[in-house]
Design a protein around this ligand. Structure first.
Ligand SMILES: Cc1ncc(COP(=O)(O)O)c(C=O)c1O
Length: 376
């Protein structure tokens, strides 16, 4: 664990008057991300259009992201959301003989919505966990069989921050000849992700949560060898081998993951993404991870001391930054904390305290103290 982390807090102006602990939903705005968005606006206003500059920002974001997960840029597509990424995958596998799709109870609901909308093509089943929402490797082992085409799961739970051992899961999934899809929206930007080391076949994440960016742009990683056997039905001119051939009569998918690009990139979000990823890369992801484990320890100790019910794992190595505390009127409490300039995020029956590297111990203690006052 790392107990202090030197972040220039002045680069996040909101921290001057608010305690932002909502990185599981939206992380704080860094001045360089704001400047990048303004650069796009400026180029639009002053130059009229700058396709080359706009495309460069998006391609840079793609390349930086690829490097961060130890992939090559040709294995990464630019999509608009994780929902879009998963939908593209769902449409691209219908030529496969196996038809069983396994997702988990603790995935973000959009994963269920996407796959269930393809029930005419696949048999969708859920892997359930124990009463704390924890799914063990043995649960995967018991659910996957020779019919299983793909297993979709989340690296870190959006609800209670539970972090899975993906490497062990990948072994089980591949042992049965199935593909592994990972939703990394709650881990990218706060955890090391190495798709090769773990053995991930496909992964999607956006930038809004721990990656310091905006919604509107997300990435879809598809392993090189696999991509060429997939035929996405969500497509468009950017997904073609030569978008600027303007050939309306033929579909010629681009190489590798490029075939999952669709229409014009969300340029303004590309500017934000490039800047956000460059900021994250100024730090070692392993240091961010260890510091957030320390802040988790602080949150858990503080909550236990006040008798609050913690819904997250209390072993900080088995969780991400988010510490979920049970509150029966969570969204009301979120609003009341906001009035005190403390930004947390409610989900169902929990308040999620989700710090990033720019937060300090005192932020967490103050938030838990105020939360305890409302609960009691
Ligand atoms: C783990 C996870 N996956 C997916 C989503 C939704 O992603 P999108 O809106 O980009 O489809 C969220 C949003 O909170 C999330 O936490």
């Amino acid at each position: 664990m790392i107990k202090t982390f030197k972040t220039p807090r002045e680069k996040f102006p909101i921290l001057n008057n608010k305690i932002q602990l909502s990185s599981c939903s939206q992380s704080a705005l860094h001045v360089e991300v704001k400047n990048a968005i303004n650069r796009y606006v400026h180029s639009w206003e002053e130059e009229g259009m700058d396709w080359e500059g706009w495309m460069t920002a998006c391609e840079n974001a793609r390349s930086i992201f690829a490097k961060m997960i130890n992939a090559s840029p040709s294995e990464v597509a630019i999509v608009s959301s994780v929902s879009h990424g998963v939908s593209s995958i769902a449409t691209s596998l219908s030529n496969k003989a196996r038809k069983k799709v396994l997702i988990t109870d603790f995935d973000f609901p959009t994963i269920g919505h996407v796959w269930l909308s393809h029930s005419d093509q696949y048999d969708i089943e859920f892997i359930g966990g124990n009463e704390n929402g924890i799914i063990g490797v043995e649960d995967y082992l018991n659910s996957i069989d020779e019919e299983t085409l793909i297993v979709g799961t989340s690296h870190v739970s959006y609800y209670n921050g539970y972090k899975q051992d993906l490497k062990e899961i990948a072994k089980v999934v591949h042992g049965k000849g199935s593909y592994l899809f990972v939703d990394a929206y709650q881990s990218f930007g706060q955890s090391i992700i190495d798709v090769n080391e773990i053995g991930i076949d496909m992964l999607s994440t956006g930038l809004q949560k721990y990656a310091l960016g905006t919604p509107g742009l997300a990435f879809l990683y598809v392993k090189q060898d696999l991509a060429k056997s997939l035929v996405p039905k969500i497509t468009g001119w950017f997904g073609q081998s030569n978008p600027f051939g303007f050939d309306i009569k033929n579909v010629n998918y681009g190489e590798h993951a490029k075939r999952f690009d669709t229409g014009t990139f969300p340029m303004i979000n590309g500017f934000a993404a490039e800047a956000a990823l460059n900021i994250l890369n100024q730090y070692q992801m392993s240091d961010i991870e260890k510091y957030l484990q320390h802040l988790s320890r602080v949150a858990i100790d503080e909550a236990e001391e006040r008798g609050l019910l913690i819904k997250s794992p209390t072993d900080v190595e088995k969780k991400g930054s988010n510490t979920a505390i049970y509150v029966n009127n969570a969204s009301e409490v979120e609003h009341r904390l906001r009035e005190k300039n403390i930004l947390v995020s409610a989900r169902n029956d929990v308040i999620r305290i989700a710090p990033h590297f720019y937060n300090e111990e005192e932020d967490i203690k103050k938030a838990v103290r105020e939360l305890a006052r409302f609960i009691n």
